[in-house]
Design a protein around this ligand. Structure first.
Ligand code: ADP
Length: 500
């Protein structure tokens, strides 16, 4: 069935990104928004918009029944959940379909299986998919768990089955600490996820996080769209992603891709999904988990494959077959994404809120900015502090890196602190440039002092530039001009050589 009107159950950059593809397909769009997002770009972009509640996401973007009612009220025939919020909520997927609407995503069963790390391990267990050595199921008895840990060899990792976002994991270095750590893990998992099930895994000391994008249709066809390297993480959250990975050979790519396809087949998966692997120093890869939604970092895959993942999601939801075969896919060039957060990298990445007094996106060949803000807007405190995703595409990795550095240098954000200087630090670091980095990159190499000195100089330049601009606008409040007058040129060199 063709979708004529799509409701996007999300906000910010991803709501806009989904609506753009829908519009290109001739599909009308409906936005939902909280009271805090009344003036948001996704609300203005959509053909129609429905307010679904107060600012807190628990009163708005997490209220499935209100979102379904908004779809019915506007005559939408499908709902796209984006990422985060209700995107991996099996009950929501079920309720959407029970209301006679199309859910742009996988089956509720696939979401439920992959939402539990243990159920996922069990599901893929029958296939020939490498798993990190460890317990196959939940483990309650400390003595039993300890015996497994001894067998695997220390260090080991205790993980919560219901864990997510890096929460609910504990490294145990030696047998003497095991009991205490296990008790803590169980109580943490119970209070954080309402589910105390934990399991034990070999701790991989120097791992890379490499994931495979897959697309499956409702006719049993599954293809892999190569890998994304996401090892640069801060507190288990990705900050810089790229495709392809600098260390994956064509043989390894095929092996990982085929394993990912098997993971998808293990749960009769359809839609877009991501199979995450952890890779050890010998380049052995092990299945970690599957994310049953569009990922934040999906643009790097779009850049190197030329495939619009949202359009594919919509076509699949309409019951169409994949529009390509595995053999048709090629990697073209190299793409990098940096996540621009409203956080202060000089101050322990503390969230920073305020007004985007100056906000000018970088432009040029091979530069893509996915964001949901414009100059003069406030960054609300209620949601994820991501302002934008900056993506560059080049003919090879080196060109993508150089392009990213230039793009960061010309990205002008005044009024709030952002992670851009930190991202530039990453791109210049030799461990990033030579591809040898692992998930400990940030902990090992980053110190706030490396940015502090550069920024004192910048601050002076910015202050002077901003003062001049405010004066020229003849507006004491420094409101951005409605006529689109741009910020002073004097600001543009401010990030130049900031880490030199
Ligand atoms: P979550 O669902 O919380 O994101 P994951 O299983 O995806 O949990 O793991 C998150 C991160 O934790 C991985 O990207 C990796 O950096 C680290 N990690 C997970 N399992 C292991 C392991 N066995 N050894 C070392 N690091 C691990």
């Amino acid at each position: 069935m063709k979708i004529r009107k799509l409701l996007v159950a999300n906000r910010g950059e991803i709501a806009l990104r989904v609506m753009r593809s829908a519009r290109e397909m001739g599909i009308a769009t409906v936005a939902v928004f909280s009271e805090a997002d009344r003036q948001s770009l996704h609300v203005r972009y959509a053909d129609e918009a429905v307010c679904i509640g107060e600012a807190a996401s628990s009163a708005s973007y997490l209220r499935g029944e209100k979102i379904i009612a908004a779809a019915q009220q506007t005559g939408a025939d499908a709902i796209h959940p984006g990422y985060g919020f209700l995107s991996e909520n099996a009950e929501f997927a079920k309720a959407v379909r029970a209301a006679g609407l199309i859910f742009v995503g996988p089956s509720a069963e696939a979401i439920a299986v992959m939402g539990s790390k243990l159920a996922a391990k069990e599901a893929v267990g029958q296939y020939d998919i490498p798993l990190v050595p460890g317990t196959p199921g939940a483990i309650q008895e400390i003595a039993e768990a300890k015996a497994v840990a001894n067998q695997i060899g220390y260090p080991v990792l205790i993980k919560a089955s219901a864990g997510g976002g890096g929460k609910g994991m504990r490294v145990v270095e030696q047998e003497a600490d095991f009991e205490e750590q296990m008790q803590r893990a169980v109580s943490e998992a119970t209070s954080a996820f309402g589910d105390g099930a934990v399991f034990v895994e070999k701790y991989i000391g120097s791992p890379k996080h490499i994931e495979i994008q897959i697309l499956g249709d409702q006719h049993g066809n599954v293809a892999y769209l190569f890998e994304r390297e996401c090892s640069v993480q801060r507190r288990h959250q990705k900050v810089v992603e790229e495709a392809p990975s600098a260390i994956v050979s064509p043989e390894m790519r095929r092996a990982m891709g085929e394993a990912a396809v098997k993971v998808a087949q293990a749960c009769q998966y359809y839609g877009a999904g991501t199979v995450e692997f952890i890779v050890d120093e010998q380049r052995n890869f092990y299945f970690l988990e599957m994310n049953t939604r569009l990922q934040v970092e999906h643009p790097v895959t779009e850049m190197i494959t030329g495939i619009d993942l949202v359009k594919e999601q919509i076509r699949i939801a309409q019951g169409e077959k994949l529009s390509f075969q595995q053999e048709d896919l090629r990697i073209r060039g190299h793409a990098i994404e940096v996540r621009v957060y409203a956080e202060d990298p000089k101050n322990n990445f503390l969230p920073d809120i305020g007004k985007l007094r100056v906000y000018q996106r970088p432009q040029g060949l091979g530069i893509r900015v996915d964001d949901g803000f414009e100059q003069g807007m406030d960054i609300p405190i209620y949601y994820d502090p991501m302002i934008a995703k900056l993506i560059t595409h080049g003919k090879d990795r080196q060109e993508a890196i150089e392009r990213m550095k230039q793009a960061i240098d010309t990205y002008q954000i005044v009024g709030i602190e952002t992670t851009l200087p930190f991202c530039r630090f990453v791109l210049e670091h030799e461990a990033f440039v030579d591809g040898s980095f692992d998930t400990h990159f940030v902990a090992q190499h980053y110190r706030p002092e490396v940015l502090a000195q550069a920024s004192t100089e910048d601050d002076k330049t910015v202050a002077a530039a901003l003062a001049g601009w405010v004066h020229s606008q003849q507006s004491p409040a420094a409101q951005p001009a409605a006529n689109g007058a741009s910020a002073p040129q004097a600001i543009s060199p401010w990030r130049k050589n900031r880490l030199a």
